[in-house]
Ligand binder design. Sequence first.
Ligand code: MN
Length: 430
Amino acid sequence: MPKITNDPDKKTWLPVKVDSDFPIQNIPFGVFLTRDDIVTIGTRIGDHAIDLGALHQLGYFEGIPLTDDIFLQDTLNDFISDGKKTWRLVRNRIGEIFDAENGTLRDREDHKKIVLFSMEEIEMQLPVQIGDYTDFYSSKEHATNVGTMFRDPEKALMPNWLHIPVGYHGRSSTIVTSGTPVRRPMGQTLPPGADTPVFGPSKRVDFELEMAFITTDANALGEPVPVDEAEDYIFGMVLFNDWSARDIQKWEYVPLGPFLAKNFASSISPWIVTMDALAPFRVKSPPQDPKPLPYLQQKEKHTFDIHLEVEITPENSVPTVVTKSNFKYMYWTMAQQLAHHTVNGCKINSGDMLGSGTISGPHPDSYGSMLELAWQGTKPLELTGGEKRAFIEDNDTVTMRGYCEKGGLRIGFGEVKGKLLPVFQPKKKS
Ligand code: MN
């Protein structure tokens, strides 16, 4: 773990508000459009975005083995492919360049003009070209709640659940970055009591409070990644809203799992927070009983204490926080998910994304979806503006936030925000 960059006492010469998610100890990676409409790879400190392509051209990464154009790309995939040693060297160097004591860039007004941007003048892009996307189902509380509602409270967890990090292959083409609006999907549903389906707008659009991790090239085809090496192949994490249409899901999911109920859109936060930045917030995951098979067994601390919340803002109204959860509630760890995913030899590439599954906590105010919070529509939530919500309605904005905090150090993810638009209306021919 890079001790210097993570030192809670380290200060930067850039302004950083006390409650900022992006102190100099964070140094996330993202991709943005500059004020000159150029795509670049960057990082963020406080409310400044930093153009790493420009910093590299000015020679600030001298001595680190990087190709000349590594940051002049519209995705992080190649940089992620360079591996953990290189990510660390770059992150530590950024920590040095922006250290309060270091005048190299601080005292160069000409360089600062090229390198620094305010958050208002840039536009965040999708940080990686996501090759493959897999979504897990790793919260015991969530799986129990859904099993109770959709099947049988006595047998809420399927017999495999405590032995396998259950997952399915999702679709990367519809993953969007924060701020991108999402359309209510059309689809087939089976109305209550009916025996034939109808076609129309989903009436039960939901969010799923998740986090996701981005991988580097982890293995060759046919070679598993051992659980105790898996974390070396995780570049970092983002907040993840896995939009879901519950009525479509309920009708289509047997026997092959979710399909059109999940692949109309999923939103991620634009800054990838590295595992090095999260290191101070490691905690133990919940005890696993029965003991998993040997290829999934882990010792020590393999999850992270990340506070999460979801806010709903109806159009022309005020926001309401509807749930507060924590990543540490997850039963299966990211390393177990990656070890399981590759145990058959499945290949994992740079820029793949693995979702945690909905992160529900033990209490009803910590559930990670409207399905659970309003218990299948039977207990609608009353919002601050007086609205009632069982699911997400047209023009509602859903915002998720996440941060870690310990001993005066706060490392956050910012937010992932998305507005649900009404169903697509084809233009009438004139
Ligand atoms: Mn999901």
